[in-house]
Ligand binder design. Sequence first.
Ligand SMILES: NC(=O)c1ccc[n+]([C@@H]2O[C@H](COP(=O)([O-])OP(=O)(O)OC[C@H]3O[C@@H](n4cnc5c(N)ncnc54)[C@H](O)[C@@H]3O)[C@@H](O)[C@H]2O)c1
Length: 307
Amino acid sequence: MAEQWTLPRDAPVAVLGAGLMGHAIAAIFASQGYAVTCVEPDDEARRSLDARMHEVLSQLNAVTPVAQAVTVVEHVSQLDRFTPLVIEAAPELLALKQNLLREVAETCPTAVIATNSSVYRVSDVGALVEDRSRVLGTHWWNPPHLMPLVEVIQGAESNPTVVKGMITLLASLGKTPVHVKKDTPGFIGNRLQHAMWREAMALVQEGICDVEAVDVVARNTLGLRLSAIGPIENADYVGLDLTMSIHEYVFPALSTAQEPLEVLQDAVRHGKLGAKTGSGLLCWSEGRREETKRRIDERLKVLLALQ
Ligand SMILES: NC(=O)c1ccc[n+]([C@@H]2O[C@H](COP(=O)([O-])OP(=O)(O)OC[C@H]3O[C@@H](n4cnc5c(N)ncnc54)[C@H](O)[C@@H]3O)[C@@H](O)[C@H]2O)c1
């Protein structure tokens, strides 16, 4: 293989799963001139794809004739054998992803295969692929067309020239790729995020504060500062001696739970799954979910100066 894997600008790109993540990732590639094929088995998702992609493209101020740029098929077996890049954005179910990657590796024997799993190791998702040198992780953040960062995860067997080429490709799409050098569950962002969510739920479970208070504090403290300064720079900024003495005092009080907290398990047991069922840890009255999505998009656009 050449020094660095490259994808020609008008090359075909396949996206497996045109749901929340897949449709936006497909739209990003389509807007940059790639010929995109989406593999989507669900009738409704296929029917609504054009409108959903159009919305993404209009938010990017790049209204490409999507219908011409994107083909939709129902099954991996319909992909062109010589597709050089396949991005997997199917549901977060390990067995489903493993079988899908095996199928795609057989259908497209030379394709680089990137999984968008949120937490699974690349080596787990690619377990049924014979040649795992062409499998890596590209963890996009939601909404992919607004969030600049993409974690590029190098599996134990990923070819480093493919990883390097993917980083170059994502940068050429205007993204901010970050190289994750070890194949660890949750990569960087989701390890940070779920360490905080564990602590958030522990605060509620231990009766330290009401559920609402956790989010009020997070949004009005860390949330305001984090896009200006990350935890490592912040530790240096306040002083590592101070940071160390805080850690010595506070670490013994932090949650080290090794399984989901009871407050979460209890809600799930009772079918309280959050926005999609009308209640979770909070109450989700009609319209709140849509309002939340709008709020996130608008805030991101302000922060990214897209307005
Ligand atoms: N939602 C997020 O915030 C987010 C963020 C980053 C990464 N991810 C990851 O991205 C992936 C997709 O998540 P999502 O939120 O877009 O899910 P989603 O449920 O919205 O979309 C998944 C799509 O895959 C389709 N699908 C099901 N079986 C398939 C198959 N065999 N072949 C092809 N497509 C199939 C479904 O019909 C659906 O349209 C998951 O691995 C998830 O963990 C999600």
